[in-house]
Ligand binder design. Structure first.
Ligand code: DC
Length: 223
């Protein structure tokens, strides 16, 4: 049986980095479910399908030709219709549109099937918003990762500065707040902790400390 660990939480909580490292450490596969929504967001823009066109987006979600590969640093490389869209996938624009698109129930249903296909082999670490509540409700371990809005905005600020982008910390904090609002208050699969999730506030923890905490929980559970 494939062992499943879900790590849900808002953007900037650190779930992506921690999930990738955890999967590597355990020799498990990794699902970055946000990347699926982000690729759909890019596909919609390429094929001129509006964020309000639920039927068109559903069809794109079912048929889009996507592929994930590990790059040399262990990061995730994403291909859409054979084109490397890794950088475009991480822009604020793509994320904003992904968050809007993610509110459509038919889009979520189409992506649900694609996400469950990642559960094979020894184990899977799945990160996103509804991994523990909807996609893998019987997961063996569910973590809900949070951090304060200020800390999440500041992490994003440093990331963008390192990439040479000129951004305002205040504007970023506003974007983080708006994205939380949309992801947590949508009607279908809103971002909420699963009842059986362990909540982890990472505001004052480094990625290494979060990883060690989760490994400690796995030890305790004799996972
Ligand atoms: O985790 P992320 O920032 O890459 O996700 C981008 C958007 O995709 C996020 O704002 C909401 C949506 N999303 C979702 O609705 N459900 C998921 N499981 C993952 C992402």
């Amino acid at each position: 049986m494939t062992k499943i660990i879900t790590i849900d939480g808002p953007s900037g909580s650190g779930k992506g980095s921690v999930s990738r490292l955890l999967a590597k450490k355990l020799g498990f596969s990794y699902l970055d479910s946000g990347a699926l929504y982000r690729l759909l967001s890019i596909a919609a823009s390429r094929h001129k399908v509006a964020s309000s066109n639920q039927k068109g987006l559903k069809s794109l979600a079912e048929h889009m030709d996507i592929c994930f590969e590990s790059d040399v640093t262990g990061g995730l490389r994403a291909l859409l219709e054979g084109e490397d869209v890794t950088l475009e996938m991480r822009t604020e624009n793509t994320g904003e549109r992904a968050s809007k698109i993610a509110g459509h129930s038919e889009v979520r249903a189409a992506l649900l099937k694609r996400q469950r296909l990642f559960a094979k082999g020894d184990g899977l670490v799945a990160d996103g918003r509804d991994m523990g509540t909807v996609i893998f409700p019987t997961a063996h371990l569910k973590i809900y990762m949070t951090a304060s809005i200020e800390e999440r905005a500041s992490r994003r600020y440093k990331e963008l500065l390192a990439k040479g982008e000129d951004v305002s910390l205040r504007a970023l904090a506003e974007q983080v707040r708006a994205r939380d609002e949309r992801d947590m208050n949508r009607v279908v699969s809103p971002l909420v902790p699963a009842e059986d999730a362990i909540e982890l506030d990472t505001s004052n923890l480094s990625i290494k400390e979060v990883l060690e905490t989760i490994l400690g929980i796995l030890d305790f559970k004799r996972f």
